[in-house]
Design a protein around this ligand. Structure first.
Ligand code: SAM
Length: 229
């Protein structure tokens, strides 16, 4: 399968392994990953956040109840909320998730937003697990044009750059991180590593974080779609 699909399958495998109930996808794009995750029986809350989020149309929208949900009734209800907002803005409705995914998001953040990102996602949202994927620039010479893969990318990191950033973030917010990736290099070019590099961060304390009473509710994101099935 193409690399973008391999990224989604990487997340699906993690959800299968861990049985996450509440999942948020930051920078959900065309919502393909959310759409794939809604068929997992363990999932009860799916949230998408994107600065360019558009409302889903019932009927035409991919997230509306699938035929499958009528044929095989779900044991648990599923709620899907799509928000328009930025991954570097705090919104208390994103706190306390089992998993937050950021698939090909961070390379779109300018240096100011990238600096805010760890405090918001790890410090404030503080989910049990975070998955971050980003291009591995060491793979780029294998592409015909060796510039950035997308004109909107603000940076593309090699493995060392990503791992140093990720290890710093993990240490600061008490997570452990494991590195992986998808998109195998062709034979003879194994030294460049995966096309997409992925960090899987797991929170060290097993204690579920609850919003403390003193912490005020902050609703900054705009709801663009709310679906329930
Ligand atoms: N995650 C999707 C995927 O893998 O197919 C989409 C990846 S696309 C390369 C990057 C997405 O991030 C776009 O949908 C863009 O609108 C969104 N985005 C960029 N900056 C963002 C920000 N600060 N907060 C939330 N979303 C953002």
């Amino acid at each position: 399968p193409p690399v973008y699909e391999q990224r989604y399958y990487f997340v699906k495998n993690l959800v299968n392994q861990h049985g996450h109930k509440k999942i948020a996808d930051l920078g959900f794009g065309d919502a393909t990953l959310l759409w794939m995750l809604k068929y997992h029986r363990c999932v009860q809350y799916l949230v998408g956040v994107d600065i360019a989020a558009k409302p889903f149309e019932w009927g035409g929208g991919r997230l509306s109840p699938g035929v499958g949900s009528y044929i095989i009734p779900r044991e648990l209800d599923l709620t899907i909320t799509l928000y328009r907002g930025s991954a570097v803005q705090k919104d208390s409705r994103l706190c306390g998730f089992d998993l937050i995914t950021c698939i090909e998001l961070i390379e779109h953040l300018d240096s100011e937003d990238l600096a805010k990102f760890p405090e918001v996602v790890f410090g404030y949202f503080s989910p049990g697990m975070v998955v971050i994927s980003t291009p591995n620039s060491e793979f780029n010479p294998l592409f015909p044009a060796s510039t950035f893969r997308d004109p909107d990318h603000r940076f593309e990191w090699n493995r060392k750059q990503f791992q140093m950033w990720a290890l710093d973030v993990a240490k600061l917010y008490h997570y452990s991180v494991e590195f992986s990736g998808v998109g195998d290099p062709p034979a003879g070019a194994e030294h460049v590593g995966y096309c997409t590099q992925i960090g899987v961060f797991q929170k060290n304390s097993t204690k579920p974080t609850e919003l403390s009473i003193s912490e005020p509710e902050e609703h900054v994101y705009e709801v663009v779609s709310f679906l329930w099935e």
